[in-house]
Design a protein around this ligand. Structure first.
Ligand code: FMN
Length: 198
């Protein structure tokens, strides 16, 4: 199988990492691969916030749990914005995350990268392409990753946004954890998809 397709098909989200740092040159290589993604109008809107400090990662993880708790405490209000909160199973899952003592947000990863961009049309799509380039290039070098959608909850705390030096008019477009895999899940079964040929 062609190497690129092999990498695409074999990549899995990794949630168990070895306690081993990723060398700076490798982090730079992953970011560089991200920058080669396509982007609307070739705007290349991505900016990167690289976090390797363990204490800061822990702090951000706790902050996300705090935000999830805040939403669950005012479920009635938030249901208007997030219809998903009507789903009791999801609510139970969120409660378990918010109350966990473990780092169930960033999975004790040694590296968290936030991809931020200005609030402009198609910037998120461009950043998602960048994120996928980063995850695939990491995988090709034996490094696992996982996109952390929960990181979006950090946007609710202005102080944290300032602490991460995310400029005004910008938002967190993607957040990915990286690390050397301690456990790799089995290959996924991809669902049959609707494909219409003309
Ligand atoms: C937009 C997005 C948000 C995600 N958020 C999370 C997350 O917060 N936590 C997590 O563990 N996985 C998260 N994931 C990873 C998915 O759960 C994972 O990609 C999916 O289960 C398929 O598994 P695979 O990546 O191994 O193919 C996210 C993935 C995407 C694309």
């Amino acid at each position: 199988m062609n190497e690129v397709i092999k990498c695409i098909k074999e990549r899995r989200s990794i949630r168990n990492f070895l306690d081993k740092k990723i060398p700076k040159e490798i982090i730079e290589e992953i970011i560089e691969a991200g920058k080669y993604a396509p982007s609307a109008e070739d705007r290349q809107p991505w900016k990167f916030i690289v976090v390797t400090k363990k204490e800061l990662i822990q702090e951000l993880s706790n902050e996300i749990k705090k935000q999830i708790k805040r939403i669950l405490d005012k479920k009635r209000k938030w249901k208007k914005k997030f219809k998903e909160l009507e789903d009791e199973r999801l609510v139970l899952f969120l409660k378990a995350i918010a109350n966990s003592k473990e780092d169930v947000i960033f999975y004790n990863a040694p590296l968290v990268i936030f991809i931020i961009c200005e609030d402009e049309i198609f910037n998120d799509e461009s950043c998602a392409c960048c994120a996928q380039n980063m995850m695939l290039s990491a995988w090709s070098m034996g490094i696992g990753s996982c996109w952390i959608g929960f990181a979006k909850f950090l946007e609710a705390n202005e102080e944290v946004m300032e602490r991460l030096e995310i400029p005004e008019g910008h938002h967190i477009s993607a957040c990915i954890v990286f690390g050397y895999p301690a456990k790799v899940p089995k290959a996924t079964i991809r669902k049959p998809t609707f494909i219409k040929w003309f």
